[in-house]
Design a protein around this ligand. Structure first.
Ligand code: PMP
Length: 328
C-alpha cells in the first residue's frame, strides 16, 4: 500500500478489472479501466490535470488565474478539483441538457457555472464557443479547450496507455472506447500502437455521432440520436486527428443499457457511455476471437446520473426501457 504525498497524485493509476459478463458473452477476455475511481469520478480528471500543468509550464496560467472551459460536465469537475488544489478559479460552461448531478457537483466544488441552451457546433452560442469568449474576456484566464488542445490526449498517451500496457503485462489484442473530445481513444490508441502496432484500436460510436461513418466511409455523417452524456462527436477534433482507428462499431443507447444492467449485476454502477463502451468491447472480442484480450474504459460513476439513466420516468420520456428494478 502506497502513501501519496499530495492529492493531485491521486489522479490516474486506476485499477483494471476483468469483467465476467462481457467476457462470457464475447468469448474474449474483457477488462475495464476503472476511471470512475479518479478523485472526480471520471476519465476526465487526467485530461484536466495535463491541460492545467501544460498551461503552467508554458507560462499561460499565472498564480490566482482562472480556468475557463466548455464541457458536458466531467472535464469541468476535473478542472474544478485541480483548480482548487492549485489555487485557480474555474468558470464552467455547460449545455443545460446535461445531468442535474453534474451541475450540482460543479456548484459544490465552487466552480462558477454558466448554463447555455444545447446548440449545434456551428451556432456561436454553442458551449464551446461561449467558453472561448468568456476566457478571452476574463483577465488572467486560460481556455482549457479540451477538444483541440492535445495536452488532453497526451494524458492518455503518457498515463492511461502506459498503465494499461503494464497492467496487461504487454498482452493486449484490442482496445475500444467512444469519443467525446477523442482524447481517450486517440491517446490510448497512439500509446498502445507505439508498444505493439498489432493492437487493434476500435472506435465505439453512439448513435447521433458522425465518426462511425467517417472511419467506415470517409464521410462525417450522423444518424439517429443518443442521450449518452460526454460522447458523440461530429468533427475531427485536434485530439482525434491521426487517431489510429482500425475498425468501428455503432452502438445504440438501449444496447449500452444492457451492459449497464449487467455491470450492476457485477457490483458496478456506471454511466451510459461505459455501457456503450462495453457493447463495443464485446463486438471487438467477437471480431478478434476466443481468448483475445480486450481493454475498454469505465468512464464515470452512475451516481452522476441518478436523475436520468437511473430514473424510470426520465428513461420512459426518452423512449428507453427502464431497468427492471427502478420502481419510482
Ligand atoms: N464518457 C463520459 C461520461 C465523458 O464525460 C467523456 C468526456 N467527454 C467521455 C466518455 C469521452 O472521453 P474523451 O473526451 O476522452 O473522448
Amino acid at each position: 500500500m502506497t502513501v501519496h504525498s499530495d492529492t493531485l497524485s491521486l489522479i490516474g493509476n486506476t485499477p483494471l478489472v476483468r469483467l465476467a459478463g462481457p467476457s462470457k458473452a464475447s468469448g474474449a477476455e474483457i477488462y475495464g479501466k476503472c476511471e470512475f475511481m479518479n478523485p472526480g469520478a471520471s476519465v476526465k480528471d487526467r485530461a484536466a490535470l495535463y491541460i492545467v500543468e501544460d498551461a503552467e509550464e508554458k507560462g499561460q496560467l499565472q498564480p490566482g488565474g482562472t480556468i475557463v472551459e466548455g464541457t458536458a460536465g466531467n472535464t469541468g469537475i476535473g478542472l474544478a478539483l485541480v483548480g482548487n488544489a492549485k489555487g485557480y478559479k474555474t468558470i464552467i460552461v455547460m449545455p443545460e441538457t446535461q445531468s442535474r448531478e453534474k451541475m450540482d457537483t460543479l456548484r459544490a466544488l465552487g466552480a462558477e457555472l454558466v448554463l447555455v441552451p444545447a446548440a449545434p457546433f456551428s451556432n456561436p452560442g454553442h458551449f464551446v464557443h461561449t467558453s472561448r469568449r468568456i476566457a478571452e474576456e476574463t483577465p488572467n484566464a486560460i481556455w482549457a479547450n479540451q477538444f483541440d488542445n492535445t495536452a488532453n490526449r497526451k494524458a492518455h498517451i503518457l498515463g492511461t496507455s502506459e498503465e494499461i500496457w503494464a497492467q496487461m503485462e504487454g498482452r493486449v489484442d484490442g482496445f475500444t472506447c467512444a469519443a467525446g473530445t477523442g482524447g481517450t481513444i486517440a491517446g490510448v490508441g497512439l500509446g498502445l500502437k507505439q508498444k505493439d502496432e498489432r493492437v487493434t484500436i476500435a472506435l465505439t460510436d453512439p448513435h447521433g455521432a458522425a465518426l462511425y461513418n467517417y472511419y467506415a466511409h470517409g464521410e462525417l455523417k450522423a444518424e439517429g440520436s443518443s442521450v449518452a452524456e460526454g460522447i458523440g462527436q461530429g468533427r475531427i477534433t485536434a485530439n482525434l486527428d491521426g487517431a489510429p482507428i482500425d475498425t468501428q462499431y455503432r452502438i445504440s443507447d438501449q444496447e449500452g443499457m444492457v451492459w449497464v444492467e449487467k455491470l450492476m449485476g457485477e457490483g458496478l454502477c456506471v454511466g451510459l457511455s461505459t455501457g456503450i463502451n462495453i457493447a463495443g468491447a464485446v463486438a471487438l472480442g467477437k471480431q478478434l476471437g476466443p481468448g483475445s484480450r480486450i481493454v475498454t474504459i469505465l468512464c464515470d460513476t452512475g451516481l452522476r446520473y441518478l436523475s436520468t439513466l437511473y430514473n424510470r420516468e426520465w428513461l420512459v420520456s426518452k423512449g428507453l426501457t427502464p431497468f427492471p428494478w427502478l420502481s419510482n
